[in-house]
Write a protein that binds this ligand. Structure first.
Ligand code: RP5
Length: 173
């Protein structure tokens, strides 16, 4: 059974958090994905949230945009940790989604990720860190992932020193 449950408010959110799935795939961790809305299919959403723990899910990722109540509604119906991804919208890059997800009342927490590209990747990494608390091999994989990222930054910096900023920017086109 997948340990990570992912719920999206709409199928239109799917391509926007593609890097969430890609990151989880890179780590070889299984997940379930469902589309269910807090507003358009409230009963289905509650059923999914209330059954998640029994199905074996250990951490939930919930993505929604606009009046993004989905992560909060899911968190209200499960004891599992819920990670919210605000989907980018036309309003200041998704400020409406960010505020809807971040401003939870005391007692029902949701871990709010950034909107945009970083949101999907960080939600996946956050979920993996939760699972890594009870899984040493996953903890190792996360450490290697961070080392790889650090090496990439150092490589880029060396390339910048070698090429100078003008040529470097040309290579970015
Ligand atoms: C939210 O409304 C969804 O999460 C989505 O981000 C947004 C728009 O949904 P669609 O109209 O594209 O289905 O509930």
């Amino acid at each position: 059974m997948p340990l990570i449950g992912i719920i999206l408010g709409s199928d239109s959110d799917l391509p926007k958090i593609r890097n969430c799935f890609e990151t989880l795939d890179e780590f070889g961790v299984d997940y379930e994905i469902v589309v269910s809305s807090a507003h358009r299919s409230p009963e289905r959403t509650l059923k999914w949230a209330m059954g998640a723990e029994k199905r074996g899910v250990r951490v939930i990722i919930a993505a929604a945009g606009g009046a993004a109540h989905l992560p909060g509604v899911v968190a209200a119906h499960t004891p599992l940790p819920v990670i919210g991804i605000p989907i980018e919208t036309a309003i200041s890059g998704g400020l409406d989604s960010i505020l809807s997800i971040i401003q939870m009342p005391a007692g029902v927490p949701v871990a709010a990720m950034p909107a945009g590209k970083a949101g999907g990747a960080n939600a996946a990494l956050f979920a993996l860190s939760v699972l890594a608390l009870a899984d040493d091999s996953l903890k190792e994989k996360i450490a290697r992932f961070r080392e790889k990222n650090a090496a990439k930054i150092a490589e880029r910096s060396e390339k910048l020193s070698a090429l100078g900023y003008r040529k470097y920017i040309e290579t970015m086109k």
